[in-house]
Ligand binder design. Sequence first.
Ligand code: ATP
Length: 370
Amino acid sequence: MKNGQFRIAVIKGDGIGVDVTDAALAVIEAAQRRVGNLSLGYEFLDAGAGYFQANGRDMAPGAEDAAQAADAIFLGAIGLPSVRHEDGTEIAPHLRLRESCQLYAGVRPVKAYPNAPQRLADERAAGIDLVILRESTEGLFYSAATHNRSQVIGDEEVRETLRITRATTEKLHDFAFRLARKRKARGGKGHVTCVDKANVFHSMAFFRKIFDERAEAFPDIGHSYNHVDAQALDLIRKPWEFDVLVMENMFGDILSDLGGGLVGGMGMASCAEIGDAHGLFQSAHGSAPDIMGQDKANPLASILSGALMLDYLAERSGLQVLADAGLLIDSAIQSGFEANRLRPMEFGGDQGTAALTREVVSLIEETRLQ
Ligand code: ATP
């Protein structure tokens, strides 16, 4: 932040990433106008599969440094199935950013909105409001293909390494408890569940031990444990009972998609990736080439990711006006669904990207400020 101005690095990327980013920026702009006194400056950076195809590199020269120097990074989506590196791997500069910025805390809210599809017949499903906190730099992804750390023994065996470090795990659990505390202040349950497999793996027992240690510093927040297999079952049986679920990378990868499915689909799945000095915000979905350029994408995940970014900047800067802008976006979407004014095509409704964006902007303009 310089002279009260925030600098946001924006990477629109590929496919519907471009449309949903434009939508999110239009909505953030509307929220800024309402709360006033807030100045976000954008630096647009070229990156992605389309850029790679045209230029032979996945990010424009200097873009990685510019992203790292920004107050926050906002990303649309990256990747096109037809564009690959020579070895067949995907174009993924955002995964490099996750590593270089050490974005260990992957925040994936799972919230049911009225009139949006609910996959569970139980009426309590309307009250689903939880967050999956996925560790995003180590765990089983430590040796993922992009890192070249798998141990390949001829054509006979492959070994992958699951890595849990004290340093990252302490920070992750502290993040989980602080998040639960913040949600409690806004009416949340104030509870963190450690999701692990501590009965089988040393690494997971270590993960849980550190959870217990850190819990002592947060006596106002409840804490408990669940094995990951039982948690998968409970996300179907009684997801409305949970608040913040903290877990290792691979478990989080799987359960966050399950969570997205519980409350509609990928067009509602917002995401924040946060480290000690950086934050990256993007919807959890991909570039969806099957619907690109057709005005069919649901931009709400990206718009909600924009609200997460405002909240993050508020926390880092102490500026309440930023938190107000984030809350304004959240409440506009909540009341829009309540009044059946948000009807994404993704859920069989009649509104494409542009119409949904216009409606969210109108809702923000109409919302009464506290
Ligand atoms: P990635 O591996 O990059 O996450 P993917 O191929 O697994 O990508 P997506 O690009 O997320 O998956 O698309 C999966 C499906 O969900 C597609 O059918 C796509 O059209 C749909 N989809 C994804 N995002 C949206 C959205 N915002 N609005 C509507 N449909 C979407």
